[in-house]
Write a protein that binds this ligand. Sequence first.
Ligand code: AMP
Length: 544
Amino acid sequence: MQGLTMDDYPLTLTTVARRAEQFHGAREIISRRPDQSIHRTTYSDVLHRARRLAGALADLGVGDGDYVATLMWNQAEHLECYFAIPGMGAVLHTLNPRLHPDELGYIVNHAQDKVIVVDETLLPILAGFSAARQFEHVIVVTHDEPAPEGMLRYEDVVASSEPIRWPEVDERQAAASCYTSGTTGRPKGVVYSHRAALLHALGASLPDALGISSRDTVLPVVPMFHANAWGIPYAAALSGAGIVFPGQHLDAVNVLDLLADERVTMTAGVPTVWMAMLAALDAESQRWDLGRLHTLIVGGAAVPPAVIKGFDAHGLRVLHAWGMTETSPLGSVCHVPSHLEGAEESAVDAYRARQGAAVPLVEIRAKDDEGVEVPWDDTTMGELEVRGPWVASGYHGGEGADKFTADGWFQTGDVVTINAYGCLKIWDRSKDLVKSGGEWISSVDLENLLMAHPAVAEAAVIAMPDEKWGERPLGVIAFVDGRTATDEELREHLSTDFAKWQLPTKFEIVEAIPRTATGKWKKTDLRAQFVPGGVPTAPGGSAA
Ligand code: AMP
């Protein structure tokens, strides 16, 4: 018998919205507009308008469980949608404008989006897939212009309703959805519940996670259409951190200007963003006063150690995190642990490039090819599996069920070793790991070291089928403008860290490495281009 215990308090995003409005009302929300001007508002205003928008959407026929899409950059109006849509019981479905129109058409139909909110600057993208779906309403965020014929103007919609009181929503109800960018196959929909989003916001705020607090001002470079901007808007609202939104202006100089001018303390994005920023800082280090900036959260792909050290030189701390769309996305964060205090710099540097320990409430294990759990010996590789309150239990429509184990764990497709402290090191996505003569070669490590070569701008390593060895690594290189290096020079550079048999047999030179919509190397394209038959290599097995 349960007896009387604690209040079964609902873990919903309306709780976050109410708190932000009541407790953090005066905190600033800053957005860079399409014309580069700066727009300043507050949580109080954003949440008040979100309650109006929620009422207006209900008047337009949006009901409980309906999907409302957003096609928007990072800005205050998007934050309003982040609260209005889940808060009224509907589902916020963020769309990635970088996807191919066919893919967007597929996604909006698969999700059955009823209404779409779109930035005026993204109307041409909408035009590319709008024939695929009959939206009941298209709401356009425009700052001066009227909405195009047949569409509604966002400001008119917001003004059309009184602010509602947030209704009671069930914590297990869908709050938001994001489709995985996936390098192969059709995108799959991850559906975040209120409970997951709230617990993720709490978890992300812990000091050994991202440590977001009311003293922070956060600038998410990571787009709000990618795993809810890593949950940062909800974590910031819960904690009372100010937010600075860069809008569509994501180039290094614009971001650096905002970081300095708005006295930002934390920022977050994928490594490619920081590589560009580091180059800008190296070129003009005196130009920006980043004295308040204490943390650059880097995730989405492995951060090259050269980038960590590069920011160290500017007195800026890189915090490496791992996650997936399916994990809301926070899975692990790499904080240097107490047992490494006073350790040699090289040991600490090597540690910081790891993906880190799973954050509280996320459980991890890794399994070898036979499905046997590997020991946490930092040597035996296995595919990482995770579970926890903000990890998906399936995809929208029941697709991709084979990624979930019978006992409820999600198979990440990342091949890892785990050390005795539970700290992960990702060696690769399973299909990208190179297995030569029965031994593993980390393409990630090869790429990182290649990118530390002064002539190399971008490097990707893929597995080439090899008659003798099974597979051999192929290095695909884009050189820095005006620089070059011979295959021998590149191999010599790598030989500091790699055995001779681990060095790429061959290099191919390209103008630029193709990227996925989220900025990662698109290895499927490289395989199609360079691997005979273009077939991705299947996962190879354990290191044994
Ligand atoms: P996505 O769902 O698009 O965010 O992609 C998630 C995948 O990105 C993970 O399964 C990893 O393969 C990769 N990834 C994310 N963070 C990292 C990281 N810190 N280091 C290496 N790979 C990462």
